[in-house]
Design a protein around this ligand. Structure first.
Ligand code: UDP
Length: 237
């Protein structure tokens, strides 16, 4: 099925790469997600992936232990680079060219992020793995995804989560919670539904980029979300 989207940015949390482990990387999960990216790219969609680092380290955890926040966030950004390198390798192994770009320049391990470099790789049908978030402390990779989505002219943000969409309440706590099929960003604000971090959501909204929320636990979930199949919620501008 063709996808209605030409260029997508996918936000993949570090948690989604750890499988059933409590931290780190699970190779089988990485391979499954990489294969999904390859199938998704074959739809003809240009794909950028912003990887999180929560499976290794989140700045807030370090700050809680007394590390100053900016330094703790630097550790968090390094964690996203580890995931980015692992994902780049897994995607290439699955048969699609991929390039990791880091917003924290580390030329020994991968190319530094620049908008031009990312656009160049996307035009050549390489999957671009964006590590290092925004490159600044006090942000998250959700905001990184919205920022790159806007600057790389992506026409959709795919927010991969552990839940298959946006619910009226927390489905783990409230059995009567219902999943929205579609919502506007205005409705999400009015209903106080948390779709992404506040700054990420504001960036998506200002730039009129729709957000698709879906579960990465299902095999083939990225492809399904891009084709408009499967269970998800689309949050429209
Ligand atoms: N981080 C940062 N600036 C950014 C993106 C990430 O400082 O632009 C740090 C921050 O400490 C964050 C960590 O990197 O906690 C890992 O990113 P995130 O929490 O977004 O990962 P996820 O929860 O998606 O796995």
């Amino acid at each position: 099925m063709p996808s209605p989207w030409k260029r997508a940015v996918v936000k993949l949390s570090g948690e989604s790469l750890m499988g059933s482990q409590t931290h780190g990387l699970d190779q089988a999960t990485l391979d499954r997600i990489a294969a999904d990216f390859v199938t998704a790219a074959k739809l003809g969609v240009e794909i950028a992936v912003v990887v999180g680092g929560g499976n290794f380290f989140r700045g807030i955890q370090g700050a809680d232990k007394g590390i100053d926040r900016a330094r703790a966030d630097s550790i968090g950004m390094l964690a996203t680079v580890m995931n980015g390198l692992a994902l780049e390798h897994a995607i290439e192994k699955a048969g699609q060219p991929a390039r990791a770009l880091s917003a924290v320049p580390m030329p020994y391990v991968c190319q530094p992020y620049s908008r031009q470099a990312a656009l160049n790789h996307l035009c050549k049908r390489r999957i671009v793995v964006l590590a290092g978030g925004t490159g600044n402390p006090f942000f998250t990779t959700d905001t990184g995804a919205a920022l790159r989505g806007a600057e790389l002219s992506c026409d959709v943000i795919l927010k991969a989560t552990q839940v298959d969409g946006v619910y009226s309440a927390d489905p783990k706590k409230d059995p009567s919670a219902t999943r929205y099929e579609r919502l506007t960003q205005r409705e999400a604000i009015d209903k106080q539904l948390e779709i992404m971090d506040t700054s990420a959501f504001a960036l998506a909204r200002e730039n009129r980029i729709p957000i698709i929320v879906f579960s990465i636990r299902e095999p083939g979930a990225i492809t399904a979300a891009l084709e408009g199949r499967g269970r998800s919620t689309i949050v429209e501008p």
